[in-house]
Design a protein around this ligand. Structure first.
Ligand SMILES: Cc1ncc(COP(=O)(O)O)c(C=O)c1O
Length: 378
């Protein structure tokens, strides 16, 4: 019998809740994807490229015009320079970018610091490459970074720190001061950083990217996703920004995983970004409106929203409604009330219990209105 490399990995809570939602005909606010279409012009841009026969392998690091477009956006939007040839790589969604970045730097017995609750695709990859997870829990209501604990947990074995801003599921955005504080703790040490910034354009407070920290960026992989920015999660097109030495390591892995990313999708996205340079304002306006709509709808319920600084997720406290733990309560909501949600305890590796669930508000207005109506019955 072959030994399982990831014995603790089973079916994810997202799959479980989605199938429960289907069984019970519940409104699905659990999984994080938009239920509305992307811009028609984006679909047309890709169709055009397919028709014009852009259908063979793309260059390993990504097509030139898309990488040049990302270089331009970094310059104009963030005021920073990343060289399209040496420092920008197109990946199969952020997920592949995260995989390759972790694989590039983690060796057996290296320690990797994760802030929990943590998005579920980091830890298994760290383990696959023999790394050891050192979790640091953040707690509601503010999910403050426990700087003293972080300082204590950093050791000579620490190789990597993974952060996520804006953060899924807690909707926190790291401030410039927090990024600077992180730098102060790791400078002078051989520690790398992965900053998962897939929700970079969905921040309702000022967003400071790790790429804007002139020293920290020299140690960092910044991971982005067009799936999130352009409402096309199923296309799985993402990117990684990293200084040349780190990009070289990352591409060695990328070259032998997918090798390259879908050609017409890359060209189509590049064409669309050229004709729609205001795409990120539109994305932000859309989610700002949906966030406000859902917050208003929640006033008719007994759920208490926690501060949502970014992403299209929101945490809701239900302590006034039930004493059930969050897994039981999420199942109850799905089966009995008809709204599927995600418990946040699943994002922690240790025991964690608080009466908080996560919802996704990247849904059509009618869906949010119908879900809130059901939640108001409690
Ligand atoms: C924090 C975070 N990182 C990465 C991803 C994966 O992005 P992609 O679909 O581009 O692989 C997600 C998707 O939900 C996410 O929430």
């Amino acid at each position: 019998m072959q030994k399982d490399k990831l014995p603790e990995v089973g079916t994810t809570i997202f799959t479980v809740m989605t199938s429960l939602a289907q069984q019970h005909n519940a409104i699905n606010l659990s999984q994080g994807f938009p239920d509305f279409p992307c811009d028609k012009a984006l679909k047309k841009a890709v169709q055009k490229r397919i028709e014009k026969d852009y259908n063979q392998y793309a260059p390993m690091a990504g097509v030139e015009i898309l990488r040049k477009r990302i270089q331009k956006i970094c310059q104009e939007h963030y005021g920073v320079h990343y060289d399209w040839e040496k420092e920008i790589t197109i990946t199969v969604g952020a997920t592949e970018g995260l995989f390759c970045a972790i694989a590039a730097v983690v060796h057996p017995n290296d320690e990797v610091i994760l802030f929990e609750p943590a998005y579920d695709s980091y830890a298994p990859v760290v383990k696959l490459f023999g790394g050891k997870i050192v979790p640091i829990a953040l707690y509601p209501p503010d999910f403050q970074i426990p700087w003293e604990t972080l300082k204590e947990k950093i050791s000579s074995k620490t190789k990597l720190i993974i952060l996520n801003t804006p953060h899924n599921p807690i909707a926190k955005v790291w401030t410039q001061e927090e990024i600077e504080q992180l730098w102060q703790l790791i400078k002078g040490r051989n520690i790398f950083v992965i900053s998962d910034e897939v929700y970079e354009y969905i921040a309702f407070v000022p967003f400071f990217s790790v790429r804007q920290h002139s020293q920290l960026r020299e140690r960092s992989f910044i991971v982005g996703s067009f799936g999130k920015s352009l409402h096309v999660t199923g296309w799985k097109v993402g990117y990684v920004l990293a200084p040349e030495p780190l990009t070289t390591l990352l591409r060695k892995i990328h070259q032998f995983t997918p090798f390259c990313v879908s050609t017409p999708l890359q060209y189509g996205i590049a064409d669309y970004l050229t004709t729609h340079p205001d795409f990120y304002q539109k994305t932000l306006q859309l989610y700002e409106r949906k966030r406000k709509l859902f917050l208003n709808l929640l006033k008719e319920t007994r759920f208490e929203p926690l501060n949502c600084q970014g992403t299209y997720f929101m945490l809701l406290r239900y302590g006034h409604i039930s004493t059930m733990d969050d897994v039981a309560f999420s199942q109850y909501l799905t089966k009995e009330v008809g709204v599927a949600v995600i418990p946040i305890s699943v994002f922690y590796s240790g025991n964690y219990s608080d009466n908080i669930i996560r919802i996704c508000f990247a849904k059509q207005d009618e869906v949010l209105i119908a879900a809130a109506k059901r939640l108001a019955t409690l």
